[in-house]
Design a binder for this molecule. Structure first.
Ligand code: UDP
Length: 327
């Protein structure tokens, strides 16, 4: 199989590229390197089965060209991260809406299977324990930047579902719940690499809001094979499928756990949302998936727990520090 991965130099994309190459596939990789890094693909850069292209998913001609001869398109390219949504709102909306439209149109024209990475942000403020794919979205005003990522991804999902119906193409949607692991950077807001970086530096861990908000974290190496299986699953076409782990933890609890796993002497400090995001920011108080559909369709069962997730991020960051020091 030949696959196209958009967002290939990103955190999840680079692990997906490695997985596909390791399974004997040819991979066409596309990334504009806006948040991704060539460093993420360093381990496979010399693999003759990998062809990397620097470019944007907004470039319809390039995307169409790259989809030619490809069996499956994994569309992961997106503007992600709370700080990106805050600082590059317009760019984010454009990439997340028009980029998906462009990739979908090319996949349709060339008869390729399509997987679109979506997000648990879709559910917004719905705090149900065990969110299922058909549960309601509860979101605030579209005029608040904070919701633009959720809105864009919702539109992407509608486009995929409607295109499957209208054109008979194969299109699936992966709703990812807080995927974490090596290579994820804290630069764009993601909490685990931020806490680990702070703990390793001996800096205070910055808990935003009360710290009582709840998330579930899933290791990227559990997510990636599920993406490959989902793209191949006929029964999933036109559907969205939650991919995550259902074990909840509060963010204050996460901070304490990171301190424990690293043996750090760091303290924990609170920051208000206003300090970080300006006025009017609303956080999601609880986000816990029901992954029953992924289990039924794909046999999905994450093997790694939260300590594995934290330990892998610690090892990754220590490795990077050692590389910088020895350079
Ligand atoms: N968060 C935090 N400190 C940080 C970064 C994030 O307390 O330095 C919080 C954030 O407000 C949110 C949770 O951690 O409640 C998860 O944030 P992340 O951006 O990783 O994911 P998402 O909000 O998309 O679940």
């Amino acid at each position: 199989m030949r696959a196209l991965v958009t967002g290939a130099a990103g955190f999840i994309g680079s692990h997906l590229v490695e997985h596909l190459l390791g399974s004997g596939h040819e991979v066409v990789a596309l990334d504009d390197l806006s948040t991704g890094s060539p460093d993420n693909l360093r381990g496979v850069a010399d693999d003759p089965a990998l062809a990397f292209h620097r470019g944007s998913v907004l470039d319809a001609e390039l995307v169409d060209d790259l989809v030619t001869g490809v069996g499956t398109v994994f569309h992961l390219a997106a503007a992600v991260g709370a700080f990106v949504v805050r600082d590059r709102t317009v760019e984010g909306i454009r990439v997340n809406v028009h980029g998906t439209d462009t990739v979908l149109e090319a996949a349709r024209r060339h008869g390729a299977r399509l997987l679109v990475a979506s997000s648990s942000e879709i559910y917004g403020k719905n705090t149900k324990v065990g969110l299922r794919e058909d549960d309601d979205r509860v979101v605030g005003s579209p005029l608040m930047h904070r919701w633009s990522y959720s809105e864009a991804k919702a539109l992407d999902e509608s486009l995929v579902a409607a295109s499957v119906e209208a054109f008979g193409m194969h299109g699936v949607i992966a709703r990812l719940f807080n995927t974490v692991g090596p290579r994820q950077t804290g630069q764009y807001g993601m909490v685990v690499p931020r806490f680990v970086g702070q703990a390793l530096a001996g800096d205070p861990l910055t808990v935003f809001g009360t710290g009582e908000q709840i998330r579930c974290f899933c290791h990227v190496l559990d997510v990636v094979p599920a993406l490959v299986a989902l793209a191949a699953c006929d029964e999933a076409s036109g559907r969205a499928v939650n991919i995550g782990r259902s074990e909840p933890i509060t963010i204050a609890g996460l901070a304490a756990r990171v301190i424990e796993r690293t043996g750090s002497s760091s303290s924990i400090v609170r920051r208000t949302y206003e300090e970080i995001y300006g006025r009017g920011y609303e956080d999601l108080q609880r986000r816990v998936p029901d992954c029953g559909l992924a289990e039924r369709l794909l046999g999905f069962r994450p093997a790694r727990d939260l300590d594995d997730v934290i330990d892998s991020v610690v090892a990754d960051q220590l490795g990077r520090r050692a590389a910088v020091t020895s350079a």
